[in-house]
Design a protein around this ligand. Structure first.
Ligand SMILES: Cc1cc2nc3c(=O)[nH]c(=O)nc-3n(C[C@H](O)[C@H](O)[C@H](O)COP(=O)(O)OP(=O)(O)OC[C@H]3O[C@@H](n4cnc5c(N)ncnc54)[C@H](O)[C@@H]3O)c2cc1C
Length: 271
């Protein structure tokens, strides 16, 4: 299928894009890499009147280490992360995650900002970045805002971004050289969207995330407390018991695959 008729506007600057979004009449969408918006428009699941193309906007594609944070611009592609452009241990973790996203042609165009703004429950970055911690930066009518990654994904295709805001990038923690991380994605074949995600990082604090749920990914505090106390292994049965106490709406199969994912993520962190 072809998309419904829409107007494509190439933005020259972030200011112009923010103004265009704020003054928009009719449904207006920002275009990142187009790897989710494109298919949705072709299937007519999305029928925006106007698409604001950010591809020529400067300042959204940087990767920079600044003291205890790494700044990653919203338009940084999965492929650049796969190619190791994010430095250090944080980069190692993100490289592993990026490599598991679809195939190279999707990774060449798809962006980390687009993925997090889109908030597909099965996508990798919303879960992976929640396990890393840090914040999202957004620009809107009221200026620039920093929003914690904790709670940023609110539910399926729903985030803390305001209707007039553009996600501009991320400030992510620098994992120390001795920090551990583990990421495990259950999917039917390599590169597909996830049926379950387990993500663990032990940097400044221990963070453990259950992702690819029917809604937003969530942190599993009991596992974080165990990891913080030095535990290096949590069995599938134990994770299952813990996850069963969350109101995640899992049926028996989903509970099992999410327990497997998180248990293996912990295992991966200490392998
Ligand atoms: C065949 C295929 C397989 C895939 N497999 C996976 C997978 O295994 N794992 C995975 O995680 N993803 C997967 N994806 C999705 C892919 O990673 C997308 O690139 C990503 O989800 C969206 O990023 P994008 O830059 O293409 O955003 P777009 O498609 O351009 O936009 C998606 C949505 O986000 C909004 N948006 C984009 N950028 C911004 C911004 N800066 N500020 C505010 N809103 C913005 C758009 O308005 C739109 O609503 C797959 C895609 C395809 C086509």
């Amino acid at each position: 299928m072809k998309p419904a008729k829409f107007e494509h506007q190439r933005m020259a600057s972030l200011d112009e894009a923010v103004k265009a979004l704020g003054n928009a009449e009719g449904e207006t969408r920002v275009l990142g890499g187009g790897q989710s918006l494109g298919p949705m428009m072709n299937l007519r699941l999305a029928q925006p009147d106007v698409v604001l193309d950010l591809s020529k906007v400067e300042g959204l594609d940087g990767i920079e280490e600044t003291g205890n944070a790494i700044r990653v611009g919203a338009r940084v592609s999965h492929a650049r992360i796969e190619d190791g452009e994010v430095p250090g241990k944080t980069g190692d973790y993100m490289q592993f995650v990026a490599t598991g996203i679809s195939y190279r042609s999707v990774r060449n165009r798809g962006t980390i900002g687009g993925s997090v703004a889109h908030a597909d429950p099965s996508a990798d970055w919303p879960s992976a970045l929640l396990a890393l911690g840090g914040s999202v930066t957004a620009a809107g009518g009221n200026g620039i805002r920093t929003i914690s990654l904790d709670g940023f994904t609110v539910g399926p295709f729903s985030t803390g971004l305001g209707w007039d805001e553009i996600l501009t990038g991320f400030e992510l923690p620098v994992l120390g050289t001795d920090a551990n991380w583990g990421y495990y994605k259950v999917n039917r074949k390599p590169g597909e969207f996830a049926d379950a995600i387990g993500a663990v990082t032990l940097g400044v604090e221990a963070r453990a995330v259950c992702g690819a749920t029917e809604s937003a990914p969530f942190r599993v505090t009991e596992i974080e407390e165990r990891l913080a106390s030095g535990v290096q292994e949590v069995s599938i049965a134990e994770v299952r018991d813990i996850l069963d106490r969350y109101d995640a709406g899992f049926d028996d199969y989903e509970l099992q695959i999410h327990a497997v994912a998180l248990s293996r993520a912990v295992q991966g962190a200490f392998a």
